[in-house]
Each structure stands twice: as C-alpha cells, then as structure tokens.
Write a protein that binds this ligand. Structure first.
Ligand code: FES
Length: 307
C-alpha cells in the first residue's frame, strides 16, 4: 500500500499506508472523524488525535503519525513537530502506568526529591524510563496544582497526595503486581495508560465526577475567611485611591475609565448590553499614562518564531 488519502472516500479522508489491520483502521478512522468534527479547522484537532493514537499503540508510533497526517491533510513532519514538543506524547512505548513525582519547588522541599530518588533506586530506572515488565514509566512532573497536598505523586494523572518514599514505593509495587490502587482524591481507581489516553482524546469514561476533587486542605482558606468574617472588596473603588490602579492622578479617589484601546479597556468590543453602550465614553484627556493606543488598522506583527 502507498501512503496518501482517498479524498473521494465517503465520510472524509480514509488513511492508507499504515500497518493497522482493517478493523483497527476502521475504528480509529471513525473516532478520528468524531474528533475532527469538534473543530472548525481539522488541523486544530491534532492534540486529541495524538492521544487517540496513544490509546491504540501506547505511544505516538510511526503508524500513528501517518494516520494523523493523512486524516488532517498535514505532513508527517508537522505531526512529529507537535508530538515531540509536549511531554505527554511518548515517542517510545510507555508503561501501563505513568508514575509522575512532582519535583517542583513546594513538593521538592516537602519530600518530592526524596520520593523520586527512592522510586528511581527501587525500580532501577530514571526519568522517562520504563521498567522491564512494561508496568511503570517514571517521570519527574511539574506542579499539578495540588501543592496543598505536597508532596504529590500522580499515577496516570490521578492524585496520590501527601506521599512519603514508603507510601510511593508501596503504590508502584502494587501496580507491578497488578493490584488495584486507590487514589487519595478524585477517581476511585486508576485506569491504564491506553484507557487514560482515550479519555484525553475526548471520549469520557464516565468517571469524571467520582470521588472528592477539593479536599479540606484545598478549602482551608475559605473556611478561615468565613470563621474570621474576612471579605474581599466588592470593587476596586472600595480599596481606596492608593490601591486603585484607575484612581486619578489628583488623588480624589474618583475612578477614571480606561481609554479605548488602553490597558484594561474592553470598549472596543461590540456592545452586547445597555451598560456596554454607556455614553461615558472617555475622551483623550482621560487617557491613563500607560501604553499608547494602537490604531485599529495598524498591522499586528507576528511573534518571533521560537528558536
Ligand atoms: S509544587 Fe507539587 S503540586 Fe504544586
């Protein structure tokens, strides 16, 4: 077979040239068409398409790259460029479970570095490496917005909060033995890498609302505020002239509306309510001493390409 598409195929492109068997190709094509239908431009669907490929192959394979390229009418190089940019896309077969230890600042000082070192020694693998039995891929991961439960470990992106080297080791041992492990928050169980990838491709497994998302540590600030009667100011004017970024220079405390096109201004958008059409249109003398107003028809320069 040769690589290419059959543009006259009913229902859209039908990839050829991969080594998927007919049944697998049929299923992937059906799923891919559903993903593509969610976006105004087919190429915008590349990220979930790559997760779909990982749900089939366990990584972004050569066949998966060809499949994405042909479904989206882009080049394999363009697919590879994206797949190699994001760390969630694997270019080698991934373990059934990605064990990610947060080693960002807070988790690191709370024990994340020790947990990673212990797991690395225990499993005999380093960052982004997989155990011989194909069970566990170990990673250092960035902050998971779970700092209130530091140090945190993720297993296929499910939370394991307040870990220690001992508790983390027990989790990976159970994973390798095929035992069920239970996250400390959120879903009630951990699915494997391929099943997780299918969810990330946009095919829910119905478990999104399982378990507790925000635990007591997450809501502690709210509890304290209620207990002490703390409230946020209701508007910028309530915080007084010194703290209001739009207070006028004379220090009267009166709020000065931002000029059209100036910082904080939304006056250029199409009015949608009566309040949007307020006659309090600021004049040029109201302009804050900030960034110059850019004429609407001035060409916007493209950002410099990342080197
Ligand atoms: S630093 Fe680890 S979850 Fe934020």
């Amino acid at each position: 077979m040769t690589a290419g598409t059959q543009p006259t195929a009913p229902g859209g492109p039908r990839p050829t040239g991969t080594r998927y068997d007919a049944e697998t190709l049929e299923r992937l094509t059906r799923d891919a068409r559903e993903i593509v239908s969610r976006y105004p431009d087919p190429r915008s669907s590349l990220l979930p398409m790559l997760h779909l490929v990982q749900s089939q192959d366990g990584y972004v394979s050569r066949d998966g790259i060809l499949f994405c390229a042909q479904m989206l009418a882009i080049t394999p190089s363009e697919v590879s460029a994206v797949a190699t940019f994001y760390s969630q896309y694997k270019r080698r077969p991934n373990g059934r479970y990605t064990v990610g230890v947060c080693t960002n600042t807070l988790c690191a000082i709370m024990g994340g570095d020790e947990i990673f070192a212990e797991l690395s020694d225990h499993l005999g693998i380093g960052h982004d490496e997989t155990t011989e039995d194909g069970a566990v891929t170990l990673e250092r991961v960035e902050c998971n917005a779970a700092c209130d439960y530091a140090p945190v470990m993720m297993v296929n992106w499910e939370f394991f909060d307040n870990q220690t080297p001992q508790s983390a080791t027990a989790v990976v041992d159970d994973l390798r033995l095929g035992k069920d492990v239970v996250p400390t928050r959120g879903a009630l169980s951990v699915c494997d890498f391929k099943a997780m990838s299918r969810v990330l491709a946009g095919f829910p497994d119905g478990r999104a609302d399982e378990g507790v998302g925000a635990g007591p540590a997450t809501t502690e600030g709210t509890r304290l505020a209620r207990e002490k009667g703390w409230e946020a100011p209701s508007s910028a004017a309530d915080s007084g002239p010194e703290e209001s970024p739009t207070a006028d220079a004379a220090g009267s405390g009166a709020e000065v509306p931002p000029a059209t096109g100036g910082e904080q201004s939304s006056a250029e958008r199409t009015p949608t309510t009566g309040a949007d059409s307020s006659s309090d249109t600021p004049t040029s003398t109201d302009k804050p001493d900030t960034a110059p107003v850019q004429p609407a028809d001035e060409p916007v320069s493209e950002p410099e390409e990342k080197k």
